[in-house]
Design a protein around this ligand. Structure first.
Ligand SMILES: Nc1ncnc2c1ncn2[C@@H]1O[C@H](COP(=O)(O)OP(=O)(O)OP(=O)(O)O)[C@@H](O)[C@H]1O
Ligand SMILES: [Mg+2]
Length: 284
């Protein structure tokens, strides 16, 4: 099965830059995110963090699905607060768990991703989506609910790309996928970023995500505890100890890891919160 194509023909033009400052959001009286500051520059930015850290809450707040306060600027303009206006501004979300319509065909699911544009443009985008994901063309009339998990995730990504987004956000797109499928999916996400759509992705495959990303943030309990270039973040003490299982037998001392980590900003992680990942690398 081959999903790869040389470049993505769908996607917004330009190199979008998202800037978040002082973002707070939560559910009713419960604040999950507090005074969050982060950026998604052109390229691929990954958000890591344990279960319950607020990663999904962040993407939901940015997508207008829950109220937020604070500054959110997309290329210097305030990001609207209502979801349909956010989509119009060029932001698409691949939600946690895909959320396809299982009783609708692949083609119908994709078309729903371009509900804001006229029929002719929608048809043109569907063609381009099939160029990007040839396997989906073969499966155009298959009911989405009968696709495999990996195939469904491809439909979800292709559907989001049907809005020709400037900024694509994905919430744990590789969840539940076999390792090879995870690699394929992350390669596609990388290619989307290289084709000019800024990407912000929440991932639990820490090592693989940091290998393809340009920059990363580690979120814990609603705040950023570390951030920096992906390559350096992968070597930082916070990430190594908490997420990559840098065992105590590792010869690298905390001091030398910190020295190696260069410009990575890291706040100390309490020992109690340092959790060894399972061999599968799933955080938590
Ligand atoms: N609809 C909701 N109502 C109330 N609380 C919620 C709701 N959704 C999430 N929360 C709470 O907000 C906090 C952050 O949840 P969130 O889903 O953002 O975490 P996450 O980082 O995405 O975790 P995971 O890695 O498990 O997906 C958790 O304490 C969670 O219980
Ligand atoms: Mg989540």
């Amino acid at each position: 099965m081959m999903w790869h194509q040389p470049a993505f023909v769908l996607g917004g033009s330009g190199r979008a830059h998202l800037k978040v400052d002082g973002l707070s959001a939560g559910y009713g009286p419960m604040l999950v995110l507090r005074d969050l500051k982060l950026e998604a520059r052109p390229g691929l930015t990954v958000i890591l963090g344990p279960n319950g850290a607020g990663k999904t809450t962040l993407l939901r707040a940015l997508n207008g699905l829950i109220p937020r306060s604070g500054d959110v600027l997309l290329d210097g303009d305030d990001l609207p607060e209502k979801t349909h206006e956010i989509v119009k501004a060029g932001v698409a979300l691949v939600p946690e768990g895909r959320q396809l319509f299982p009783q609708m065909t692949v083609a119908e699911n994709l078309e729903l991703g371009a509900w804001l544009v006229d029929k002719g443009e929608r048809a043109a985008r569907l063609e381009r989506a099939f160029d990007n994901f040839p396997k989906l063309r073969e499966r155009a009339q298959q009911l989405a609910g009968t696709m495999s998990g990996g195939e469904q995730q491809m439909v979800a990504v292709a559907r989001a790309m049907m809005c020709a987004p400037r900024l694509l956000m994905l919430d744990e797109p590789s969840l539940g996928l076999a390792p090879r499928m995870v690699d394929e999916l992350l390669a596609i996400v990388r290619r989307i970023a290289d084709s000019g759509t800024t990407v912000l992705v929440v991932e639990q495959n820490v090592r693989k995500a940091l290998a393809v990303a340009d920059r990363g943030y580690v979120l814990e309990r609603g705040t950023v505890v570390a951030s920096g270039p992906a390559r350096l973040l992968a070597r930082s003490t916070v990430v190594r100890e908490a997420y990559l299982g840098a065992a105590s037998s590792d010869t690298t001392t905390a001091a030398s890891a910190a020295k190696q980590s260069g410009t990575v900003r890291a706040e100390p992680v309490e020992a109690a919160r340092v959790v060894r990942p399972a061999p599968g690398e799933r955080i938590n």
